[in-house]
Design a protein around this ligand. Structure first.
Ligand code: PMV
Length: 343
């Protein structure tokens, strides 16, 4: 007997950043992200019944077996109680592919672990009634922290925040009552540099343990999450931009002031940011930027001004970019059982 499942989950871009963790992938502060749409990972899982209890897991990324991510996936799957019976009773063949190019400044571990956690949870038959997203978000977090936010859209909150009902360090929750201005947000991902990251995010998180500014950073991020929640309800774009841009620079300021300090932004990053600020000042249009842990710039704007933004990118930015990926706010992912037949 074999069973086949598929899942398709998007990446997300944090507006308020998660940077610093404790315990088993728990965040030192709350974070809030916009879920993407076109940048996703598709995973298919074939479960083939076996008699021998020996672990048999195969993993293919875009058709080939890459040892680096395989080790991480294997450790992850074996480490979760929820998947124990599945691993014991079935050979698991997992194939994963991304809709976006590697090193494009899109968090591929977020979409990958969201899809992998969802597909394995669905196959494991350990879902508590009405709690699929909560369970899958928790399991995805154990693979990659930011992955837990890819289950809801257009915005998702992760981390315990005083006064915010149901908020938790264990899993993300959807942001409710979002103003219509923010429901149609677009994200033009401006690729300044597509070379592989020099310092991993896990290294960055660990450097927050002895960071001299850590306590202030965690307080500030929690405050920014609360303010962002109220901005998303009221539709106040000016404050949305203010918080988002300050958060992006705070994240990079943490990297630059860690004990082992480092710089991920490039001269092209600064040039593109300055052009965005100039364009906003001249036109008064509602747009702003954010950065992930890398040199590429995410330009955020409502769909109503997409024509002006496309022209701006083509005319004023294109020479400084490798490429642009046009994405928009999405609503999360899907997981399906596609077949249940004889092998
Ligand atoms: O999920 P991780 O462990 O790869 O960390 C992600 C950290 C940032 O992308 C920089 C910020 C965030 O909140 O997504």
């Amino acid at each position: 007997m074999h069973k086949v499942f598929t899942a398709k989950y998007p990446s997300n871009i944090a507006l308020v950043k998660y940077w610093g963790k404790y315990g088993n992938q728990l965040p030192r502060n709350a974070s809030l992200s916009m879920t993407l749409c076109k940048a996703y990972t598709e995973v298919s899982l074939i479960c083939i019944k076996k008699k021998n209890p020996e672990v048999k897991i195969e993993y293919f990324f875009e058709g080939s077996t890459g040892p680096a991510f395989y080790e991480r996936i294997l450790r992850y799957i074996i480490g979760q109680n929820e998947f124990e019976k599945l691993v014991r009773n079935y050979t698991l063949k997992i194939s994963s592919k991304n809709s976006f190019p590697h090193s494009a400044g899109i968090a591929s571990s977020a979409s990958a672990f969201a899809a992998i956690a969802a597909v394995l949870l669905k196959a494991s038959n350990t879902i508590r009634a009405g709690q699929f997203n909560e369970q899958a978000s928790r399991l995805a977090r154990l693979g990659s922290g930011s992955a837990c936010r890819s289950f809801y859209g257009p915005f998702s909150l992760w981390g315990k925040l005083e006064g915010v009902k149901d908020s938790s360090d264990e899993y993300a929750i959807p942001v409710e009552n979002v103003h219509k201005v923010f429901k149609s947000m677009m994200d033009a991902i401006l690729i300044v540099d597509d070379s592989p990251k020099k310092v991993s995010s896990s290294k960055g998180h660990s450097l927050m343990k002895e960071h001299p500014y850590a306590a202030a950073r965690f307080r500030d991020a929690n405050k920014n999450c609360k303010e962002m929640l109220s901005v998303l309800r009221s539709g106040d774009f000016e404050n949305f931009a203010f918080i988002t841009e300050r958060e992006a620079l705070s994240l990079h300021a943490m990297m630059m002031t860690s004990r082992e300090h480092y710089l991920l932004i490039r001269s092209g990053t600064v040039k593109v940011i300055e052009e965005i600020l100039r364009f906003r000042k001249e036109t008064g249009l509602p747009l702003c930027y954010t950065l992930d842990a890398g040199p590429n710039v995410h330009l955020l704007y409502p769909a109503s001004i997409r024509e002006q933004v496309h022209t701006f990118i083509q005319q004023d930015l294109f020479n400084d970019l490798k490429t642009v990926i046009y994405d928009s706010a999405g609503s999360g992912g899907t997981v399906l059982k596609v077949n249940n037949g004889k092998a």
